[in-house]
Design a protein around this ligand. Sequence first.
Ligand code: GDP
Length: 297
Amino acid sequence: MASALTEKLSRLVKELRGQARITEDNVAEMLREVRLALLEADVALPVVRDFIARVKGKALGAEVVGSLTPGQVLVGIIHKELAATMGAGTAGELNLAAQPPAVVLMAGLQGAGKTTSTAKLARHLIEKRKKKVLTVSGDVYRPAAIEQLKTVTAQAGAEWFPSTAQQKPLDIARAALDYARKHHFDVLLVDTAGRLAIDAVLMDEIKELHAVLNPVETLFVVDAMQGQDAINTARAFKEALPLTGIVLTKLDGDARGGAALSVRAVTGVPIKFAGVSEKLDGLEAFDAERHAGRILG
Ligand code: GDP
């Protein structure tokens, strides 16, 4: 793991003490360090390039006042820019402004944490927002996934709508929606099939599900440990679906979390929640300030 960027920069700027401004000359080497630190945190290269260009624009000419060194000023600028980039939009909130049931569609690769996050959101909506919540799984390829949703839905205290591997995902979606309407559910959470890699059939299927369900939230669930690859996954889901938010899972792992910056940059939608444990209470509003600190080390 990279040694802390803040330390590296302070070493670099020892000789720059006493300079009153950040200039093209003294910033170049520091920006190289920043670039490396972001790459080591697994931020995707094109995102790093854009980010560095923005930081450079803000840093040049910035005044170095008081007892601060140019390095400290630069770290401050980077931290602020990282937090602003990752934190744009609302964290911790789901938009439920729809004729009930408000439908939330969960999208992402297999293993990203969709089923777990579905149950975590169910629990959150029941406890924090006093909603009546129904869950359903459209994962007809993995009967075990349907069973898993049944189990965690019960743990979350929500109701589970049965589905089987013999059904078509669209039929399941229609039936669940119908049931949710008839029984006055506030929210219908729809867990979907994920593959190990991007797959055209899967993408067509989830697009059709989106058309039938007309969800008010379409959440892209992504594993923070996915690192560099997260950008490709994010791009594929963004092309297929009008995403409204991101759930970044497994932030309790030891990834530096650069995936957050990549997926935010590529999708343009807010990171709404962070998964911080396997348990159903392990869901937090994404904290961009804290996460910027983690990426910078
Ligand atoms: P799905 O295939 O996308 O539905 O993924 P699952 O919900 O089945 O999750 C895959 C694995 O990741 C399971 O073992 C979960 O317990 C685990 N998991 C999901 N979210 C988190 C998280 O935020 N932190 C940790 N540590 N594990 C998680």
